[in-house]
Design a protein around this ligand. Structure first.
Ligand code: SF4
Ligand code: SF4
Length: 360
């Protein structure tokens, strides 16, 4: 009976992480006394019994070939008993039991992979971007490519951990659904007109689902003269979010001629000090200028320069702006304040930031 009741192996959901811990982590689970930064990108955790576990953090290009992943694994096999992990910002962290292996590992990561070491402390950690064209049918820009171009200009900020007042997390999203989430600095693609419906293709979609997906109820069914049901969009209600395009590709909202990029500032999900906060629009209407997006990099560096010059130590980007005022922020950075910076959404409220779990 007991055998009959036995469940099969679990084959979905997150695996049991304890099976994959570095042996020193498993041995000292819950018994770590302290940790410190040895140098940019290198940490040591000290257990209560004196065991030490070293971590080397490298920036990854996020979108990697199988060949590159194999090379990363070979390095982990050589120095880390096969153990490494990826952070939520796609840094690669190598875990080492021996201090003597730290330098050879760093040399090999640089020589074989060409990855920089850093991203700890008061640095710009690896820039997070959305899944983009790899998995999504909505992207209005190349999230992976634009972030690579931006990171190339931020090597100094990644490799140094005391150049900035506090850590700076940057994210990029290829539409306003904003899978990249909140960031100290966030780059978002914006559309500027309602979706253009291709009536001949509407039949391929489940119309009730397309109607239901619209957050402002701007889509409704329409009966054509020939009796065929199609859809229409109430332009005045549409806020150009693009959610309907995900539900039905015939609702085409992407437009290479009019789509632009925006930069938002001051978001964080950490509960530290003043709690989680939502980012706010800082720069509107930058060109979606592939393949290097120089206007975006220029704007990000202007924000970082102003932040470096006037923020207090440990002050995150959003806390800095709230202290100096948004008026001062626009003066320091030189960005124009436009009508698009005024949040006039009738659904806006003041208490979005009530939980670290909430995203908008
Ligand atoms: S941000 Fe938008 S386009 Fe980019 S991956 Fe997410 S849903 Fe798709
Ligand atoms: S773009 Fe967004 S707001 Fe406009 S119709 Fe589509 S889902 Fe609705």
């Amino acid at each position: 009976m007991a055998e009959e009741m036995k469940k099969g192996p679990r084959d979905n959901g997150a695996p049991d992480y304890k099976k994959n811990l570095h042996p020193l982590m498993a041995k000292n689970y819950g018994q770590w006394a302290s940790h410190e930064k040895i140098k940019p990108g290198v940490l040591v955790h000290v257990a209560e019994n004196g065991d030490k576990l070293y971590t080397v953090r490298a920036g990854s290009p996020r979108t990697m070939s199988v060949d590159t992943v194999r090379k990363i694994c070979d390095i982990a096999d050589k120095y880390c008993q096969g153990h490494l992990r990826f952070t939520s910002r796609a840094n690669v962290e190598f875990l080492l039991a021996e201090e003597k292996d730290v330098k050879p590992l760093i040399d090999e990561v640089k020589a074989v992979l060409g990855f920089p070491i850093g991203g700890t402390g008061h640095s710009v950690s690896n820039v997070l971007h959305t899944q983009g064209w790899l998995h999504c049918n909505l992207p209005g820009t190349d999230a992976a490519g634009s972030v690579k171009a931006l990171m190339d200009t931020l090597m100094k900020e990644f490799e140094s951990d005391n150049d900035l007042p506090a850590r700076v997390k940057i994210s990029a999203s290829c539409c306003q659904i904003n899978c990249g989430g909140q960031g100290d600095i966030a780059i978002n693609l914006q559309h500027h007109h309602p979706p253009v419906i291709k009536p001949e293709g509407v039949g391929i979609c489940e119309l009730p689902k397309v109607v239901a997906i619209c957050p402002v109820a701007a889509i409704r069914p329409r009966q054509q003269d020939d009796g065929v049901t199609t859809l229409e969009v109430v332009d005045e209600k549409c806020m150009y979010c693009g959610a309907c395009h995900g539900q039905c590709p015939t609702m085409e909202i992407r437009d290479a001629k009019t789509d632009t990029l925006t930069i938002w500032v001051g978001g964080k999900t950490a509960s530290t000090r003043n709690g989680p906060s939502f980012m706010k629009l800082a720069v509107w209407g930058l060109p979606n200028n592939a393949p290097r997006w120089p206007e975006v990099a220029d704007a990000v560096h202007k924000i970082l320069d102003a932040y470096k010059a006037t923020a207090y130590k440990y002050e995150r980007m959003g806390e800095w702006v709230e202290r100096i005022s948004w008026k001062k922020f626009f003066e320091l950075t030189g960005f124009p304040f436009t009508k698009y910076h005024i949040d006039d959404s009738e659904m806006a409220r003041t208490t979005y930031n009530t939980s670290a779990q909430v995203r908008f």
